[in-house]
Every structure is written in C-alpha cells, then in structure tokens.
Design a protein around this ligand. Structure first.
Ligand code: MRU
Length: 337
C-alpha cells in the first residue's frame, strides 16, 4: 500500500545532539516542538505527556540514554530516571533494557545511537506489517471504533490500531471509522481525529459514553485498540475505558482486536492482575484542557489505564503474527518463555 499517503507526522525526531518532540499536550490547536537536550528533559516530557503512547515513550527513552552517553553523564542514573517516568507501558522498560544490554556490552555513544535508531526503525516496520495482518481480519464494508490515540503520534509512525484502520481503509475493508474522545486527556478527540483529518480518512468522534449505543446500532463490527502491556495470558492493559468497550462489544456481538508490537508483550507478567495501573493527578480529570470545570473542594480518582481480560479479546495482532482468542498457550507459542 501507499504508506506515505498515511504517514506524514513524525512526533519523535532525533537531531544528532538533541531530541525534538511534537508537544502532544497542545495539539491540535498548536503544533509546537520541544527540544530535549538531556535525559532529564526526556524524562519530564514522558511524565508530562508531551510525548505519549507506549511505543513512542520507549523510543524517546532510548534517545534519552543516547543524550546521557554523548554528555558523559552517569548511564545508570539516566536509565533509572527514564524507567520511573511512567509505570504501565512496558515498551519503556523494554527499550531501556535493550539500551542497557548494549551498554553492558561496552557500546559507546555512536553505537547507542545506532541502537536507538534501530528501535525506532523496527517499530515503524512492525506497525506497517501489523496493519496488513489486522486489516486482513476485517470484512469488506465494516465499521470500526477505536479508543485513545495509537497512530503516528504514539509510535515511530503509521500506528498500531490506527495502522490497522489505515490499512483497512486503504483496502476498502473499513467503510466507517468512529473514535472515542478518551476522557480525561482526550487523546481520541485531540490526537486521533487530528491524524485522521490530516489523512483525509472520514471519521466521526463519539463521546466515550456513546460507545454501547453505537454498538447497538449495528454501525461497528470491530473495536480496534492498542496496548500498553500484554501479559503472558493475553490480558491487556490499555487506556482507561478500553475494558468497558470490550464488555459492551461482547454483549453486542462486536469483535475486539488489540494491535501492538511484540515490544508491548510482557511474558514475565503472568496476568493483568500484576500490571501496575498508573494513577495520575486528579486535576487532569477535574478540568478540561487545563480549565477547572468541577467545583473547588471536589475530589477525583484518575486511573489512566485498565486491563481487558483475554477472554474478551478476539484477536491480538503483532508483527510476529495474529493470535485469535488469546490464552497462555497461544501466547507462549508465539512469544516463548
Ligand atoms: O496515556 P497515553 O496517552 O500514553 O496512553 C496511550 C494508550 O493507552 C495507547 O492506546 C497505547 O499506548 C498504544 S499506542 C500505540
């Protein structure tokens, strides 16, 4: 397929001695770039969601290690600081473990730069392959609903779930695209719609609370989401609200697909029970776009991920292949120990 038509945003750009990030807190109103010149700045950008999305934060962290190496900064401290930036997406730990292994093997700054570039390049290639694999599961003329942002902004490019949607639209399999707004941070409303409009892919935004009603209408045949961590039994952590979409999908006979690269698979975590769910500042929920909308004195609980049990998932699509109705045996068959 013509990937270039669909793949124009590059939110994570290495510039030789600094990392340039498209500030996702400001999109779509403003396209402002941030230049990170050390590992601390990259850590802060990950923590503050200037860069977000599981693969993208892993890639950014790898470049953070390169910056530390170029500056002769203590690498153990840089690795530890970056690792602690966010807890749920395992791509962050996976990328840092790759960099750590290269450091242990004696890699110098140029060698670490090559490793970070490989992590970024492999992610793009994986997404393109997953797009084809995932789209092949979708019958011609289908409607799909996605959640959060899993596109070029969240990855090295093309996207995971949004990559499947791009491929499905290009192949004429997907006729209707719906995106949930994804409260509280509005990744769907602000970021997914931004990407789809730029691509010229017709899509409609729905309120998160409209999802079950949409499914009941018969307009969607698949829910397609990304992942932040897939446990050894197929349980999948993703953006808050994914679990309730899976429950509603099951009730309405709508199929449920998770698209994620193998860097999101964590075979060392037995099940979703053991996945740490990030709790963020209640202020992100008590306001919209930084403007407080809830009465002063009110409190909030703000978990930003949830776990969808494998039993609610019809297909996990990775660049290594597709697992239908995932369980521990099928996960081990594809991903080993
Ligand atoms: O809090 P975020 O915006 O980093 O959460 C992102 C998600 O939950 C995505 O669905 C997931 O990382 C997959 S991105 C390809």
């Amino acid at each position: 397929m013509d990937y270039d038509r669909y793949d124009r945003v590059r939110a994570v750009q290495w510039r030789g001695d600094h990392l340039r990030l498209l500030d996702q807190r400001l999109l779509p109103q403003e396209e402002r770039w941030i230049d990170c010149r050390d590992a601390a700045a990259v850590t802060q950008a990950i923590r503050d969601l200037a860069v977000r999305g599981a693969p993208a934060i892993g890639i950014a962290a790898a470049w953070g290690v390169v910056l530390a190496a170029q500056q002769g900064a203590p690498l153990d401290a840089a690795l530890a600081q970056l690792r602690a930036a966010r807890p749920t997406a395992v791509n962050l730990m996976w990328a840092l473990d790759r960099m750590k292994a290269r450091i242990a093997a004696g890699a110098d700054a140029p060698a670490l730069e090559r490793e970070a570039q490989a992590i970024q390049d492999e992610d793009l290639a994986a997404n393109r392959h997953m797009g084809e694999l995932g789209a092949a599961l979708i019958a011609s003329g289908s409607g799909v609903l996605t959640h959060c942002n899993t596109g070029s902004l969240a990855t090295a490019g093309f996207g995971t779930a949004l990559g499947v949607i791009r491929a499905g639209v290009a192949q004429g399999r997907i006729a209707n695209v719906f995106a949930g707004e994804t409260r509280p941070w509005q990744q769907g409303a602000r970021l997914t719609m931004y990407e789809l409009v730029r691509d010229g892919i017709p899509a409609r935004l729905i309120a998160d609370s409209a999802a079950a009603h949409l499914m009941k209408s018969g307009a969607v045949q698949w829910v397609i989401v990304g992942a932040d961590r897939i446990a050894a039994n197929g349980d999948t952590a993703n953006k808050i609200g994914t679990y309730q979409l899976a429950i509603a999908a099951k009730h309405h006979g709508v199929k449920f697909m998770v698209a994620a690269p193998s860097s999101t698979v964590d075979m060392a975590t037995a099940s979703g029970e053991a996945i740490e769910i990030e709790l963020r500042d209640p202020a992100e929920l008590l306001g919209i776009g930084g403007r407080r909308v809830v009465v002063e004195g009110a409190e909030a609980w703000n978990p930003v991920f949830d776990v969808t049990p494998a039993s609610l998932i019809d297909a996990i699509v990775t660049e290594r292949g597709v697992i239908e109705r995932p369980d521990e045996a099928s996960m081990r068959a594809l991903f080993g120990a």
